[in-house]
Write a protein that binds this ligand. Structure first.
Ligand code: HEM
Length: 149
């Protein structure tokens, strides 16, 4: 039963993360101003929280799941999945810093809008996250079926 609950939570959290990433991509545009930046700040904080929960639930699946931790920890495909997750995390640092910076500027200047070049840089990082993210379910499906053992 615990295995089932953790698997359900894992999937729901993953969908939430994808939704938050897509919403960030839709909002990060040149010209976004104070109101949009508030929403963006909330989305980004949610993204960090959901990613942390995925990590917690993921490791709970490793150590409390039905297959036992050796099944995963001894499999390089599991570690490839974790590495891809870590790269997505690293790629998300730059957008978070930029959003915090933009929000700070919008607080002191009500008419502030995000410049074209900065929005483009953050969008590149977000798309890179999407690209690396796509590898994770590939590794997940292979690892679940024992490929790599
Ligand atoms: C956003 C990041 C993640 C995504 C998209 C993701 C995706 C998936 C998917 C699609 C499955 C189902 C595989 C299948 O049954 O075919 C799965 C299973 C699993 N994931 Fe994740 N995962 C993520 C993060 C993590 C993390 C960080 C961990 C561990 C620290 C983890 C541990 C597991 C475990 C233990 C399973 C169970 C595999 C099995 O049934 O044997 N996941 N993941």
């Amino acid at each position: 039963m615990l295995d089932l609950i953790l698997a359900i939570l894992h999937h729901l959290l993953i969908f939430a993360l994808v939704g938050l990433l897509a919403a960030e991509l839709a909002l990060v545009r040149p010209g976004v101003g104070s109101n949009g930046l508030k929403v963006l700040g909330g989305l980004d904080a949610g993204y960090g929280a959901v990613a942390t929960l995925i990590l917690a639930v993921g490791f709970a699946r490793v150590f409390l799941g039905a297959k036992g931790s050796t099944f995963y920890l001894s499999n390089p495909v599991f570690w490839a999945k974790i590495a891809a997750f870590a790269v997505v995390g690293l790629l998300s640092i730059m957008p978070t810093i930029a959003i915090l910076k933009w929000r700070g500027r919008a607080k002191v200047d009500a008419g502030y809008v995000v410049p074209q070049a900065e929005a483009a840089g953050v969008r590149r990082a977000l798309w890179a996250e999407v690209a690396v993210f796509a590898l994770i379910p590939v590794f997940a499906a292979a690892m679940a079926r024992g490929y790599g053992l």
